[in-house]
Design a protein around this ligand. Sequence first.
Ligand code: EPU
Length: 437
Amino acid sequence: MIGNPKTPQSMDKIIINGGNRLFGSVETSGMKNAALPILFATILTKSKCVIENLPSVSDVTLSLSILKEMGASVRFLNPTTVEINTASFTQGAAPFDLVSQMRGSTYLLGAELGRFGRASVNYPGGCDFGVRPIDQHIKGFEALGATVWTENGYVKAIAENGLRANSVYFDVTSVGATVNVMLAAVLAEGMTVIENAAREPHIVDLANFFNTCGANITGAGTSVIKIRGVKVLHGCTYTIIPDMIEAGTFMVAAAMTGGRVHVTNLIPKHMETVSTKLMEMGVQIDEHDDAITVTSDGKLKSVNIKTLPYPGFPTDMHPQFGAALCFANGTGMITEGIWESRFRYTEELRKMGANITVEGKTAVYTETSQMSGARLTAVDLRGGAAVLIAALAAKGTSEITGVDVIRRGYYDIVGKLRALGADIHEEIQYFSGANIG
Ligand code: EPU
């Protein structure tokens, strides 16, 4: 259910008795990392938008709460469809506590700047992967004519003479910076050209949303995006793309437990790197129009992986594959090519008996005969998903705490896995929930 997220510190637990093979069909929800930019992009339309296939995850709830507190009207038409009217949205009233809970709130900077010519947003939160700079976002805003500075923990920006289109070259391929410059530039007069842009499907989804609202954006999905500023945008009805990371997580879970799972509501093209790696590991992958069937006998071969910006192997699938490699024959390796430090989940897997060494940006996973249940912590969103699927495949009982981070990006993962035959349930501590919806 959207609208009543748990506090980030709840004492809720997920309990898993491992060893069940997964069978059946599971539906992928809408993509969190596409939904967040699009929700903030509605600010630029100054009118009514209907967003469909919205995932019921707490980062989405937080984003809607931020929009609401800043004056937008937000109304659910059904559990996955929301109507947002940003006509009365006001700049500069960003709620500190909500913004500091998630990374996606950096998008307020580009959206406020694009609509009002000024922005003021406190530093955002999000998963801890080491340093998460926003220098490329700032470089983009400055190229468009804004002055950007930090004051009392807030990032502030002002374009005294309005934003003007320009060329922006990113030194690092960044999803967030690409989104933010698109938000700032969509109404700026002239042609903005983003070079070395991120190519992720969620960037294409944002461009498609804007173009449906009357924008003129070409090249999304390539490394050069051209944005010809328009004077106004209008509202629209738009459907978010399926979540390739959620789909990939179910595919890996099926492979690890040795089952047969039909993952529906996905775009097979977005799954290519995940499907290819699973096939290398000895898993059978059958593609359909908007679904993939994963068949596995649970005997996995080790592989080597390096994470890269799209269309490379997604960093957000690294921990889940790390979990799978603990159950594979031989020795495998994952080199993290995006984040400075994304290996905290390996400490949790070691508690289950995993044989993992981490040196620099590479983890080596060596075959071990026994992975067994343990008391585990979800250290971040995908790290949490990794220990959860490891617990499904391990022998014995696991108890996972810190599960709120998993809820940030997975809608009802426990219910979906239980429907596939997993022995899994949640222990909810009702007294600890705070309603920030
Ligand atoms: N970077 C800079 N300077 C910047 C921005 C980024 O050096 O100004 C660096 C980062 O430090 C990192 C790399 O560029 O090394 C890529 O960062 P990016 O900006 O692409 O990441 P992000 O926009 O903060 C999004 C997703 C992450 C996902 C990354 C990479 C959202 C809300 N978050 O983060 O998703 O890992 O792209 O694909 O879209 C998740 O969903 O679990 C998650 C963490």
